[in-house]
Write a protein that binds this ligand. Sequence first.
Ligand code: FES
Length: 82
Amino acid sequence: MRVCRTLSCALGGAYQLHDHLCEKTGLDPQAHGPQTTQDGKYTLEFVECLASCGTAPVIMCNGAFHEGVSEQKADAILRECK
Ligand code: FES
């Protein structure tokens, strides 16, 4: 899972989303580089602009874009991106 952290997404809550995803997966919210859960199901990282700034915050998972991601939507993405 790639969480965009560039300006529009940062202002739209990307850091809070990253924290939320880390809390849900047991990963370290302070680690901004790629990190993988011990069971190998999830790899999470911050990335720069994914070119969809108007629909921030944006997450890419397994090649699919998810736009306007709320914490609820992030939970659904987690379930489908194992
Ligand atoms: S700033 Fe996130 S997609 Fe451009």
